[in-house]
Every structure is written in structure tokens, then in C-alpha cells.
Design a protein around this ligand. Structure first.
Ligand code: TXA
Ligand code: MG
Length: 336
């Protein structure tokens, strides 16, 4: 057990202390615009191994390497990929931001960061605390989301403490995350462009810049391409069941049933047709897709804390940021 301290992310001394911990090989939790990350020096294999240990990850999944500046891409990706004009275009328009670009890696990135793959995921996060931390550490920071393996990703410092308290030394507090779902992950290689994970940057925005993205079919192959695609993931303790946008469930005798409503209209419909609900969360009263994404994990954490047996989760439109929300809901609902 280590003592976990929550330090203010807007404090220069706290950033310096956290940066020194990163350089000393200790994992540090820090805010990004998407979710909180558990970071380590990406050039130090042992430091990265401590991240896997703290998360209880059963296997070494590839981690995203966070950079302070897009110009650093060429230090970690092979020249042929770093010079791809699509990378320059995406970096100019969408970085800093919730987009991860997977490229063939240089040998400077240790194999544990990429789970032995020949490629590395790179992203410049759009959060002042994250960028100040990376700059102060002077090294790229490899970071998965700062949750226990398979559990709901953290969008507040409290979520990190609840899952990783006693296992890590420092949590930098940057308040609630603005975007609330993880980055969109794409792979650019040899002229192809693959969507590996929908996320905080709408696919439509990427396609408007570089043309159509290939969408690999879900399944074992793509699960190994990007392990965040493992079918069951992001799961609260209660059993999650997906229902229609205006649907609900009826509580069984003695059952504590929760409702994750898409909007106010959905809540009214679910209460009229089902229930009773022991806890209710509305993702966005007006049905705004940005607000829904920003509140998704926070709502799941609160429902988790309510000690429910089952949660009825309403579907949202599968476009724009709604695609990332539906992706996470389907995985939360998956049993395997
Ligand atoms: O927004 C985010 O992406 C957050 C913040 C902290 O940056 N990070 C995050 O990390 O969600 P994680 O480890 O929970 O998910 C990383 C995803 C995984 O699905 C992983 O498989 C994929 O990115 N990924 C990373 N490197 C890859 C690579 N070389 N090839 C294929 N997929 C990769
Ligand atoms: Mg994750």
C-alpha cells in the first residue's frame, strides 16, 4: 500500500513534483480532456510495467503515448509514416485533441508500451495540466485510462482514487474531463486508414479531412488489433441491458433497478412503461450529443455507487459522438 495524494493540477509545484515522479519511474494519474490517464515515462519499460501492475491488467495491452507537441511524432514513428501528409493534416486540424494516430514505431519505444506490436499510438492531449506535465517531465508519457482493468474509465480525480487509491502515489486533479469518452483511435499505414476505436473526435470530422476510414468487423482479430475493443469492457458492477431510446425495464421483486436515460423524454417514457427505478441518471436533458459523451462515465460511476443489480441503458443515435457513447454502452452491456 502506498499513500495516494491528490494534488491540484493548476499548481506549478505539484506539476514539478509529479514530473519528478514520472522521471523516477513512478506512475502518476493526470487529467486529459477525454478521461484521466495513468502515466509513466514511455521510454522506461519498468515504469510502464508498474502501470500495468497498478491497473491489474491481465495482459500487456498497447498504450497510447502522449506528446506535448505534434513535432515529436517523427522521434517515435518511422519517417515514412511521420511524413504521411494525412498525419500532418490531422495534426494541424485536430491536435491537441481526442484523436490517437497509430503509426509504425521507431525502436526508441520499448515493446512493453506497444504490447510487442510494431506500431505505436500517438496523441497530443488538449488539456493544460497534461501538456504541462509532459513538458516538465521532458519525456513522452505512456498512459492508459486510470481505471482498474475492464472497469469504467475515470472522468474525475475522485474516480481515480476510488479505483487506484493505495496503489499509486500521485493523482493530479484537473476537475471533470471536458470530453468524457476516450480518444478516437485510427491507424494509418501504407495508404490505408483504419478505425480502431470510435471516440471523442467524430469519425465524420476525420473523414472530411482524409477520406473514408475502413471499419474492421468486430471480432477476435480486431480485439487483438486494439484491445480496448475487447467485447466486455467499461463495465459497472451491475448488469447493463441496452433498451430502445424510449424503452425501460420492469424491476423484478426485490431487485434494485437503475435507469440510464438518454434525455428527459426518454426518462419520462421509461418511467411510464417500466420501473420502479432505485436510481436514475439522465445523460443530457435536451439530448445534446456532446453533453451525453461528457457525462457518460460519470453517470455510470454514480449508478455503480448506488449498489444496483441491473441498469436499463437507453440507446442514443449512432452518429457523431453518439457512436462513441453507443460503443461504450454495448461493451458495458456485453457479458463476455
Ligand atoms: O483518451 C484516451 O485515449 C485515454 C487518455 C488517457 O489519453 N487513453 C486511453 O487508453 O483510453 P487505453 O489504454 O484505455 O486505450 C488505448 C486504446 C486501446 O484500445 C489500445 O488497444 C489502442 O488504444 N492502441 C494503443 N496503441 C495501439 C497500437 N499500437 N495498435 C493498435 N491499437 C492501439
Ligand atoms: Mg481504457
Amino acid at each position: 500500500m502506498v499513500q495516494t495524494r491528490v494534488l491540484p493540477g493548476d499548481d506549478g509545484a505539484a506539476i514539478r513534483e509529479a514530473a519528478a515522479a514520472i522521471r523516477a519511474g513512478e506512475p502518476v494519474a493526470f487529467p486529459t480532456e477525454t478521461v484521466y490517464g495513468l502515466g509513466a515515462n514511455a521510454l522506461d519499460a519498468e515504469a510502464v510495467a508498474r502501470v500495468f501492475a497498478a491497473k491489474d491488467r491481465p495482459s500487456f495491452d498497447p498504450l497510447i503515448v502522449h506528446l506535448a507537441d505534434a513535432r515529436e511524432v517523427r522521434r517515435y514513428a518511422v519517417a515514412a509514416d511521420a511524413d504521411d501528409p494525412r498525419v500532418a493534416l490531422l495534426a494541424a486540424r485536430l491536435w491537441p485533441g481526442p484523436l490517437t494516430i497509430v503509426l509504425r514505431k521507431r525502436p526508441t519505444i520499448p515493446g512493453i508500451v506497444t504490447a510487442g506490436l510494431g506500431t505505436v499510438g500517438l496523441r497530443v492531449p488538449d488539456h493544460a495540466v497534461a501538456r504541462r506535465l509532459i513538458a516538465a517531465a521532458g519525456v513522452p508519457i505512456a498512459a492508459p485510462s486510470a481505471n482498474r482493468f475492464g472497469r469504467v474509465s475515470p472522468t474525475r480525480a475522485e474516480h481515480v482514487v476510488a479505483q487506484l487509491g493505495g496503489r499509486i502515489g500521485i493523482v493530479l486533479d484537473g476537475g471533470p474531463c471536458r470530453v468524457g469518452v476516450e480518444s478516437t483511435v485510427i491507424q494509418l499505414a501504407g495508404g490505408r486508414a483504419l478505425l480502431l476505436r470510435p471516440g471523442g473526435t467524430p469519425i465524420e470530422t476525420i473523414e472530411a479531412l482524409i477520406g473514408p476510414l475502413e471499419r474492421p468487423e468486430e471480432g477476435p482479430t480486431t480485439a487483438s488489433l486494439a484491445p480496448g475493443r475487447a467485447t466486455s469492457h467499461y463495465a459497472p458492477r451491475a448488469r447493463v441491458e441496452l433498451v430502445a431510446a424510449d424503452g425501460g425495464l420492469a424491476a423484478l421483486p426485490g431487485e434494485r433497478l437503475g435507469l440510464l436515460a438518454a434525455d428527459d423524454a426518454g426518462r419520462r417514457a421509461a418511467e411510464a412503461s417500466g420501473g420502479p427505478y432505485a436510481a436514475v441518471e439522465v445523460l443530457s436533458p435536451t439530448g445534446d450529443e456532446i453533453e451525453r459523451a461528457a457525462r457518460l462515465f460519470d453517470a455510470l460511476h454514480r449508478l455503480d455507487a448506488a449498489g444496483l443489480d441491473r441498469i436499463a441503458a437507453q440507446a442514443v443515435p449512432d452518429t457523431g459522438l453518439g457512436r462513441a457513447v453507443m460503443d461504450r454502452l454495448r461493451r458495458a452491456a456485453a457479458r463476455t
